[in-house]
Design a protein around this ligand. Structure first.
Ligand code: HEM
Ligand SMILES: *[C@@H]1O[C@H](CO)[C@@H](O)[C@H](O)[C@H]1NC(C)=O
Ligand SMILES: *[C@@H]1O[C@H](CO)[C@@H](O)[C@H](O)[C@H]1NC(C)=O
Length: 521
């Protein structure tokens, strides 16, 4: 489509032209809803099944929604806690009927039992489609299944695990530790979240693309790929949060504003990834990719397997998005929680130091770090990197707790709220208490098997996060190597704020001072 360039004035006049349209659209939907209500003559209480926010005809829960706009996570959590089955129905003018659940039976039903009735759905894939194309993250049905099979194969090989650990070692010893040492010597404040984010970005670039581009040095800007990625994902996240769907569609159609930027950013990402694929193909063609098969990145594996270029490109983009901000957010919250719980930090230090100092962390020794695993899970229980995730019902259905689902409804499972349900975690649910992950709630025993539908931070069922194991390896390795060498002290004693976008993070990062520990124990 031709892109129309507009100056501000034409834009404003265009906007006033559009205004009657918007007014018409809104009054039409009000009329439409009224008509439906009249015909259906439904009585509205909290809502028509179980609990929910105060709901009125036509506007739904619009009023309380706007009042609670800045604290939606906690508002939903409170409402869910009040509901007998930990499930609520939210109806609001301008949004589709949404069922939010923190009930493990419902979650299992949506994510596994009747998986095929709860795809991501068009409302979701449309928002991310321009950026992610037909990548695994953004498709349903056959398109998804084919990529899932392909990628699970690549992800599950033991050699990949070794590759991940070797890559981590290189990244930590040669890049991360020097940066932290320098900041310890000069007593300069660093943003730990940004530093960990860059490490995670490098890791995912190396493991999936086989490249090394971004610098960890906080005084240097991020790589162009990282920046374009940031831009594209942020604009997509804002698309999803826009009060009126029409607005971004119009902007896209006109090729202006944020949609213009999105287009440029996506073009940049595409060109860059395409170039990498070309390079890699040449190397493989000339036998120059001298790495042995157990040191290979995902891109090489995909090319050797003979997949189409566009499929590979979209898949790589999905991987980068999935692996970029999630682990860094989880680790940042853990470091903050540890700083508030010195007694646990001491125990953890004991565990990670128990390995001889000269011993590098290999895949086997990482498996033995049980308390560390418990701490990571406990941190993600309270601050899940993906706070909520939605599906869209294909057909009418009924959830196990009796909540009726209508075709087209948004059905949201809610890890953040689930981590805070008394029914699941007991009275001390708000407390950071790693011992709850051990049998008999005692540190040092064996770890409990926790039902994935009660703790769906990685989702669960057929579409469970593909990078789950890789993420644990990465987080354990990084937290253990930082903790053994450095003391991390946040400079502010204020409680950080949890911001859920596409993925959640700590608002403003985590500013810390770094001290070297006396002995490398
Ligand atoms: C703590 C870190 C992580 C968390 C909490 C997490 C969580 C999730 C969640 C909730 C989903 C489902 C999203 C949805 O379907 O809407 C998902 C999917 C996925 N994740 Fe992760 N993730 C993490 C790290 C990673 C890493 C490091 C990778 C590596 C590349 C990765 C790769 C993927 C992929 C490829 C999918 C799509 C799977 C599919 O649709 O079949 N994740 N992850
Ligand atoms: C949030 O919504 C509830 C209804 O669920 C309402 O009573 C309350 O006033 C709202 N909170 C704020 C901060 O306005
Ligand atoms: C699953 O969903 C379909 C609609 O697609 C519905 O007819 C069926 O009753 C549901 N239940 C089970 C257990 O499959």
């Amino acid at each position: 489509m031709e892109v129309i360039k507009l100056d501000m004035e034409t834009f404003m006049s265009l906007f006033s032209l559009l205004r009657p349209l918007v007014v018409f659209f809104v009054s039409f939907s009000v009329f439409h809803v009224m008509l439906c209500r009249f015909v259906g003559a439904r009585k509205l209480s909290g809502n028509d099944y179980g609990h929910g926010p105060p709901t009125y005809p036509i506007i739904g829960c619009l009023i309380s929604f706007y009042k609670n706009k800045t604290r939606l996570l906690d508002w939903y959590t409170e409402l869910l806690a009040e509901s007998v089955t930990n499930t609520i129905v939210v109806r609001r003018l301008g949004a589709r009927r949404t069922i939010v659940t923190a009930n493990p039976d419902n979650v299992e039903y949506i994510l596994k039992t009747n998986f095929s009735n709860f795809p991501k759905g068009k409302p979701f894939t449309e928002i991310l489609g321009d950026f992610l194309g037909y990548g695994i993250f953004n498709v349903d049905g056959e398109l998804w299944l084919a990529q899932r099979k392909l990628a699970s194969h690549a992800f599950s090989t033991n050699s990949l695990r070794e590759f991940v650990v070797n890559t981590l070692e290189e990244e930590v010893e040669n890049h991360l530790v020097p940066v932290l040492e320098r900041s310890a010597e000069t007593a300069v404040v660093v943003d730990l979240q940004e530093l960990l984010r860059r490490v995670a970005f490098n890791m995912i670039c190396k493991v999936s693309l086989g490249i090394d581009r971004c610098s960890l040095d906080p005084s240097l800007p991020v790589s162009p790929l990282d920046r374009a990625f940031d831009m594209a994902s942020e604009i997509c996240a804002r698309r999803g949060a826009a009060p009126l769907f029409l607005i971004w569609k119009i902007k896209k159609w006109l090729g202006i504003g944020s949609e213009r930027k999105l287009k440029d950013a996506v073009r940049e990402v595409h060109a860059y990834v395409a170039e990498l694929i070309e390079d890699k193909k040449k190397k493989i063609g000339t036998g120059d990719n001298e790495m042995s098969s157990n040191q290979q990145d995902l891109l090489s594996r995909m090319i050797v397997a003979g997949h189409e270029e566009e499929v590979i490109r979209d898949m790589m983009i999905s991987f980068i998005l999935a692996g970029r901000d999630t682990t860094s957010a989880a680790m940042t919250w853990l470091f903050w929680l540890l700083s508030c719980h010195p007694e646990i930090e001491r125990e953890l230090l004991k565990e990670t130091s128990a390995m001889a100092p000269e011993k590098m962390l290999d895949f086997e020794s990482l498996k033995k770090l049980k308390l560390l695993k418990a701490c990571i899970c406990e941190s993600m229980r309270l601050y899940p990197p993906v706070a909520w995730d939605s599906k869209h019902a294909m057909e009418d259905d009924t959830l196990p707790d009796g909540t009726p689902v209508t075709a087209g409804d948004r059905v949201t499972y809610f890890p953040y709220g689930m981590g805070r349900m008394e029914a699941l975690w007991g009275k001390d649910r708000f407390k950071f208490k790693p011992s709850r992950w051990f049998n008999y709630n005692r540190l040092g025993g064996s770890l409990k098997e926790v039902c994935p539908y009660s703790f769906p931070v990685f989702q669960a069922g057929p579409r469970v996060c593909l990078g789950k194991e890789m993420a644990f390896i990465q987080m354990k390795y990084l937290v253990a190597s930082i903790l053994r060498r450095f003391e991390i002290r946040p400079v502010s004693s204020n409680r950080p704020v949890f911001v859920p976008l596409l993925t959640a993070h700590m608002a403003g990062g985590l500013k810390v001072l770094v001290h070297k520990r006396d002995v490398l124990r």
